[in-house]
Ligand binder design. Structure first.
Ligand code: LMR
Length: 425
């Protein structure tokens, strides 16, 4: 027997009113506010501060000497060429293969045999974060019992990425607080003591947050030891070009590992070195045994991408491939990367000199010894809080200074404030 339509509707209404009135206010009552992101939260606080003196040396985003965000000239020219010339159709799930091919050359070398032999499974990713996350999900899916060894310290988001992919995390020694340099001996011990076949996360260059990279000789030893132990090296290369000013030189660590026959994984990003921060363009690559395996791996990476975001965005990929496939634009890019790296190096010297002139009792040698976008100052969270509260200087509480935010206009003010909060330490 069929109940009348009106009776059913009345029943549904009555039920949903009953549940509705009770649950309206309770669906998300168990949700507490998330903790502020230790890096992006600093930008939020900076933006909310009305002080005219405020300085942002928090997020790693390049500024010119007037403190303004930069759109590279090569990017402007690429955009002029793209405008009206390209359609905005969906990319394939793996993204723009043109962009990916050019990107692989930067990491693996223009004449890489691995590229010629089609042994690299590679997909466009949502910048470096997206590349790391795709890899972490892939690791979980195909090596479900594995863990990831992460350096101490590392970029805070690395922890979030592998946590959300549900890959257990272990740490390895990296930075030595007393020397403000690499803790090479402990790092090597940790590699030796990790169970054979462990996954290691390595920063290819310009380590974030410390600005401390192994020397070439140390990289060789690290590579050798990882090989002996059968570990998997996963490189996060978010700053290619920012360490030395030359992307080719900054790929040295990766090339050493490739020469030693490692089957590496690599996350690449154009956020910093092309200034394409908000375009979210990057690449994940995994070196495979042969072409057949590379095809299988790539298809699985695409399958992970499909339910998350279907396919990556097109505009940034077009900008990158336009620049890298045109020799003139590529040369312009290389010049501009060097210009950014050099300005930062100049600011390191200026900050150190200012602190020394103020008569700081501390050594600030590490400011010029460290490389890349960041200086790991050694300041305590309390000292950083004083910088923020008393001087409107915004930076992460681990004492990391984004040198990209330091300018000839603010370096004196910054040095003076650092001196004030550290002089009695
Ligand atoms: C940083 O470390 O400041 C950058 O990589 C930006 C970010 O997303 O954290």
């Amino acid at each position: 027997m069929m109940a009348s339509r009106t009776a059913i509707c009345r029943g549904i209404q009555r039920r949903s009113w009953g549940i509705g009135t009770r649950s309206m206010s309770s669906w998300w009552s168990q949700v507490d506010p998330a903790p502020k992101d230790p890096i992006l939260g600093v930008t939020e606080a900076f933006l909310a501060d009305p002080s005219p003196d405020k300085v942002n040396v928090g997020v790693g985003a390049y500024r010119d000497d007037n403190g303004k965000p930069v759109v590279l000239e090569c990017v402007r020219e690429a955009e002029r060429r793209i405008a009206g010339n390209k359609n905005m159709e969906y990319l394939p799930m793996g993204g723009s293969m043109h962009m990916v091919e050019e990107t692989l050359k930067l990491a693996y070398g223009e004449n890489s045999d691995l590229i010629k032999e089609k042994r690299i499974a590679a997909v466009q990713a949502l910048s470096g974060t997206g590349a790391c996350r795709l890899f972490a999900d892939f690791q979980k899916r195909f090596r479900p019992d594995s863990q990831i060894y992460i350096p101490v310290p590392t970029w805070s988001n690395h922890h979030n990425i592998w946590r959300d992919a549900q890959v257990p995390q272990r740490t390895f020694h990296y930075y030595h607080p007393e020397t403000k340099g690499l803790d090479f001996a402990s790092l090597m011990d940790d590699i030796k003591n990790a169970p054979n076949g462990s996954f290691f996360l390595l920063h290819a260059c310009a380590h974030n947050p410390t600005g401390v990279d192994p020397t070439e000789e140390q990289w060789k030893e690290i590579s050798y030891q990882l090989k002996v132990k059968g570990h998997f090296p996963f490189f996060d290369m978010a700053y290619q070009g920012f360490a030395s000013g030359d992307p080719e030189r900054d790929a040295k660590a990766i090339r050493i590992f490739l020469e030693d026959g490692h089957l590496i994984g690599c996350a690449q990003s154009y956020a910093k070195n092309m200034g394409l921060y908000g375009q979210r363009v990057g690449c994940l690559s995994l070196v495979c045994d042969d072409e057949k395996q590379a095809i299988a791996v790539k298809s699985q990476l695409q399958q992970i991408a499909r339910p998350m975001y279907s396919n990556p965005p097109v505009h940034g990929a077009l900008v990158v491939s336009t620049i890298l496939s045109d020799p003139d634009l590529k040369n312009l890019w290389l010049k501009e990367v060097k210009g950014m790296a050099d300005r930062i190096i100049g600011m390191r010297t200026a900050l150190r000199e200012n602190l020394e002139k103020l008569g700081s009792p501390l050594s600030w040698e590490h400011i010029t010894n460290q490389i890349g976008m960041f200086c790991y100052s050694g300041m305590t969270p309390e000292q950083v809080d004083r910088l923020t509260n008393e001087f409107h200087i915004y930076m992460t509480r681990n004492g990391r200074i984004s040198m990209a935010g330091v300018t000839t206009g603010n370096v004196g003010y910054l040095a003076n404030a650092i001196h004030e909060v550290t002089k009695s330490a």
